[in-house]
Design a protein around this ligand. Structure first.
Ligand SMILES: Cc1cc2nc3c(=O)[nH]c(=O)nc-3n(C[C@H](O)[C@H](O)[C@H](O)COP(=O)(O)OP(=O)(O)OC[C@H]3O[C@@H](n4cnc5c(N)ncnc54)[C@H](O)[C@@H]3O)c2cc1C
Length: 245
């Protein structure tokens, strides 16, 4: 049943990678909020002020990735859960149908996924995420994970080329159309880097998910980078909701 292993492994990898970005975001929020609290009691030192600024920015950049991706993954996993159960998964006697209906709102309330893209796009175009990725690549990983890290390094190169291509297009409409793809690539690369770190620190828990997640991210990032870097402004006519002139 390799098709089922594939589905279940991808579901688990999405949960593990999603949890990792959620915890990382929560850490950044905790740090800047603690500094905010201290600043109400006394003046912060220049080092503390610099930390407060740094972690506020990191929390702002990570929040749209964590919210958007986890709510999309919840939907995908709920859909796959029904599929794995077959007809039983669809009927009221099984919980998977309830999870599927409950998950559907996650990508809508507290900001739709499209609005998470709007919140993230400035950090994509100003290179904030790219700088973070490069910093994260400097962290050592366990020896057996190095081949996976090389694959992530290649994804980062394609990501940088894609961002530069979109910026050079000079068209806001092209930027808007491609924004979701750039957002997905950003989140998938950052989650790949986080899960590599998790697998280095707790190999028994995360090695399998690191392998599965990075393969899945690579499949998507390479496809999306091809889409982005081959997109030209004239292609917009196929997407606009009006007859082709
Ligand atoms: C069960 C439930 C509970 C809720 N609870 C609360 C609550 O407690 N408090 C509260 O304040 N609200 C609550 N809401 C409202 C919820 O936050 C909104 O439904 C949500 O923010 C989406 O806004 P909207 O429904 O007006 O859709 P719209 O904003 O009209 O969105 C329609 C579509 O357009 C897209 N879109 C909109 N703007 C853009 C843009 N700039 N770029 C690209 N695409 C865009 C959206 O992504 C979406 O696909 C709740 C809604 C539901 C269904």
């Amino acid at each position: 049943m390799p098709a089922v292993y594939d589905m279940l492994s991808r579901m688990k990898a999405k949960v593990d990678a999603g949890r990792s970005i959620l915890y990382q975001t929560a850490r950044y929020v905790d740090i800047y909020k603690a500094l905010d609290d201290i600043s109400r009691e006394r003046k912060l030192t220049p080092e503390e002020r610099a930390e407060q600024k740094k972690y506020t920015r990191l929390a702002d950049a990570f929040t749209p990735l964590a919210k958007g991706m986890n709510s999309e993954y919840a939907n995908q996993n709920a859909y796959d859960a029904i599929q794995i159960h077959g007809g039983s998964g669809f009927i009221m006697e099984y919980k998977s149908q309830r999870l599927y209906r409950d998950a559907r709102i996650f990508s809508i309330y507290e900001g739709t996924t499209q609005l998470q893209v709007v919140a993230a796009i400035r950090y994509i175009t100003n290179g904030t995420y790219l700088t973070m990725m490069k910093e994260m690549l400097e962290t050592e990983v366990a020896e057996e994970l190095r081949p996976l890290k090389v694959r992530v390094e290649e994804m980062v190169k394609r990501y940088e080329q894609s961002i530069n291509y979109v910026k050079e297009s000079g068209s806001q409409e092209v930027n808007d159309l491609l924004a979701r793809r750039l957002y997905d690539m950003t989140a998938e690369i950052i989650m790949s880097l986080l899960i590599l770190d998790d697998a280095t620190r707790a190999p028994e828990l995360f090695t399998k998910s690191a392998h599965v997640y990075i393969r899945m991210a690579e499949e998507d990032v390479l496809g999306k980078s091809a889409f982005v870097t081959r997109f030209i402004a004239e292609d917009l006519k196929y997407y606009r909701q009006m007859p082709i002139e």
